[in-house]
Ligand binder design. Structure first.
Ligand SMILES: [Mg+2]
Length: 176
């Protein structure tokens, strides 16, 4: 029997990129960027107008994606899922070309049980052929042929169109 396929996004699903926004914003402006401020917004939308161009450019800078914290329980649950499903990491890395090496190294370090052959550094995720896509950006589900599972993130709280999970424990309950 062929295994079902799960595609998993990186940022704000297994990699905590919000932590990097908070760290750099504090470094550059000595201001805290709180999760409350981020509700329903992208990071740049949550800061003062005059800071927005700088925040918006963070993701293009070298090192933004380096050594990001791992989202809680993602390693343990993905390891369990890898026994039953074919797992792919699918990240829209093409948007930020400086991230390629950092993302690759990060995956090798934190998810050694997922082989490089299952990394998909892509642009438009509708090219994916998987049964499930776990992602924090609902626009990736619009033309996805499988079932989109929305991973809860501050920016997506107003999204209602898809099944939402709030933690990796919840993903485990759903798919294991
Ligand atoms: Mg993401």
């Amino acid at each position: 029997m062929t295994k079902q396929r799960i595609a998993v996004d990186m940022d704000e699903v297994i990699a905590d990129s919000i932590a990097r926004f908070q760290e750099w914003y504090l470094r550059d402006y000595q201001l805290e960027l709180t999760l409350d401020q981020l509700q329903g917004k992208s990071a740049y939308q949550a800061v003062a107008l005059e800071h927005q161009p700088i925040i918006r450019d963070y993701v293009n800078q070298e090192g933004f994606f380096r050594d990001l914290p791992v989202i809680k329980d993602s390693q343990q649950v993905l390891r369990a899922l890898s026994e039953r499903y074919e797992l792919f990491i699918a990240t829209a890395a093409m948007e930020f070309p400086n991230c390629f090496r950092d993302k690759y190294d990060w995956l090798q370090q934190h998810f050694p049980f997922i082989p490089w052959s299952n990394y998909v550094f892509c642009g438009d995720k509708s090219i994916l052929n998987a049964d499930y896509l776990i992602d924090d950006n609902a626009f990736n589900f619009e033309r996805f042929r499988g079932e989109g599972i929305l991973f809860n993130a501050p920016h997506n709280i107003h999204e209602t169109g898809y099944r939402r999970v709030h933690s990796w424990q919840e993903v485990g309950e759903l798919l294991l």
